[in-house]
Design a protein around this ligand. Structure first.
Ligand code: GDP
Ligand code: MG
Length: 163
């Protein structure tokens, strides 16, 4: 079976944008489950002749208000269960939020490889914004821009090292 890469992070950091960049048009499965509007979105990715599956865990949204943290927690649990490598996505413009810290704690306990993708680094000046994310306690921090497609190759270089 192909290695599985899960993209985890709170809403609006850019998970789906980056997921679509990675998979192109290779969307695989969309399932529904009771209590969630959409199940995980799976796609297929390839980098340097290495094939893998990608999960956009943000496909899970629990219905109802004030359920964001519950959804994010579920996503992190799913990633921990299924993934070989976890891409923890955060937002360079927003900095570290309480939701980010909570996800970090869950992922830290998982003892699986985690790479932090700092998204919305839309120009080189923003590269300085990635350093604060080292304090979340994971080794690899990569600055990317889902909008521009920059840094995605560097991110995938780090990801496939862990297969
Ligand atoms: P998700 O909720 O984590 O799946 O995030 P989305 O992929 O839906 O993106 C949330 C918002 O951030 C959308 O308005 C995107 O257009 C925007 N966005 C995504 N990537 C970038 C980026 O690299 N730079 C900027 N400036 N905005 C981005
Ligand atoms: Mg999304």
């Amino acid at each position: 079976a192909r290695p599985i890469v899960a993209i985890v992070g709170r809403p609006n950091v850019g998970k789906s944008t980056v997921f679509n960049r990675i998979i192109g048009d290779k969307l695989a499965i969309v399932e529904d489950k009771p209590g969630v509007t959409r199940d995980r979105l799976y796609g297929r990715g390839e980098w340097l002749d290495t094939e893998f599956s990608v999960i956009d865990t943000g496909g899970i949204e629990i219905e109802g208000e004030d359920q964001i943290m519950k959804s994010v927690r579920m996503q992190a649990e799913l990633a921990i269960e299924e993934a070989d490598v976890i891409v923890f996505m955060v937002d360079a413009k927003a900095g570290i939020t309480p939701a980010d810290s909570e996800v970090a704690e869950m992922l830290f306990r998982a003892k699986k490889p985690v790479i932090i993708a700092v998204n919305k680094v839309d120009n080189l000046k923003r590269m300085d914004d990635i350093y604060e994310f080292y304090s979340l306690g994971f080794g690899d921090v990569v600055g990317i821009s889902g909008s521009h497609g920059t840094g995605i190759g560097d991110l995938l270089d780090e990801v496939i090292k862990h297969f």
